[in-house]
Design a protein around this ligand. Sequence first.
Ligand code: ZN
Length: 407
Amino acid sequence: MDTMILEIMKDISVKTESKIVLIVLDGIGDLPNEGGKTPLEAATTPNLDRLAMNSALGLLDPIYPGITPGSGPGHLGLFGYNPLRYWIGRGVLSALGIGLEMGPNDVAARGNFCTIDESGKVVDRRAGRIPTELNAKLCEKISSAVKEIDGVKVVVRPEEEHRFVLLLSGQDLGPHVSDTDPQKTGLEPLAPQALDKDSEKTAKIVAKFVDIVKEVLKDEHPANMVLLRGFDKLPHIPSLQELYKLTPCAIASYPMYKGISRVVGMEVLKLEGHGELLEEKMTLFEENYDKYDYIFFHIKKTDSYGEDGNFDSKVHQIEAFDAVLPRILAKKPDVLAITGDHSTPCVLKSHSWHPVPVLLSAKYLRYDPCERFTEREALKGSLGRMYSMQLMPLMMAHAGKLKKYGA
Ligand code: ZN
């Protein structure tokens, strides 16, 4: 069904002047605390409340009821793709997220610097979360020691803290190589295994790479070894331009979200890293609003505070968003949707399967009796409960970007 929908979208979508804004408060869905309220319920949000009264609300299942989504699949759903059909490997997301170009023959993996003891066993999978500056130095050290292995180009680039990206470019590289990360301490890093015949060459190169790196890092502390996971190639995913004739952009700061935005064809606007992040994102939004007809605006901290179990800070983050909402509304987008990519309840300190509230604001809309944008108010909403991937056609329709289907 879902591939058929994408084909239909391609046929009936039209280029218009109207503008769609999608705001993703990462991990926004939550559960009540001891006081009986979720962060959305506990937050003071006069602007969101006013908007909710003139909007249609509902609940989204990011993937399928009961399935706890990662942020990658969670976002693919919001961008209109069936996350069970389309998959983007972690390595690819990281590589694109830090701005590396990937060709169809390239294989990317995500790496961690880690600490091993004299017997070779992992004692810290994140090497004490070394600072990004040290990470960059170590990546340079590795890069000058190994540029190529058996004709395959090797690129190593830092991400944040202990994380880096490994990019292999060459012929006949299959992407299906097992992780070398044993996922717990007290074990040695695992040998990379080819998971199919096409990936045997890749596994060999990776094994050689790991041996070289072990030698290069042997006198370093605490980062004296690396762990690799999430090997993958660039998947073919039809872009938002191709499917919906949109000119889309993304305002996001975390590499993974920038990566996924690029995979679906969005232009990722550059944050300079000066000043307060939300303020900088707002400035970027205001400066670029006229150039695009689809703007994806991502806020990460709601999820981070959920993961930390920090209820109060999640509430404050929601209130900070509420404070800038009038500036978004001032641009009068034809369609505005506010939702999350999944729930991250503070009591669970992790992502969860609970459906996520969604708010849709547009001119031609049956607005609901909902008085606030919260999990429980959304139950009264006319959007009911749907899959995240169904939001995209709805946004398109409300923006007047879909022709009639059939005569
Ligand atoms: Zn997320």
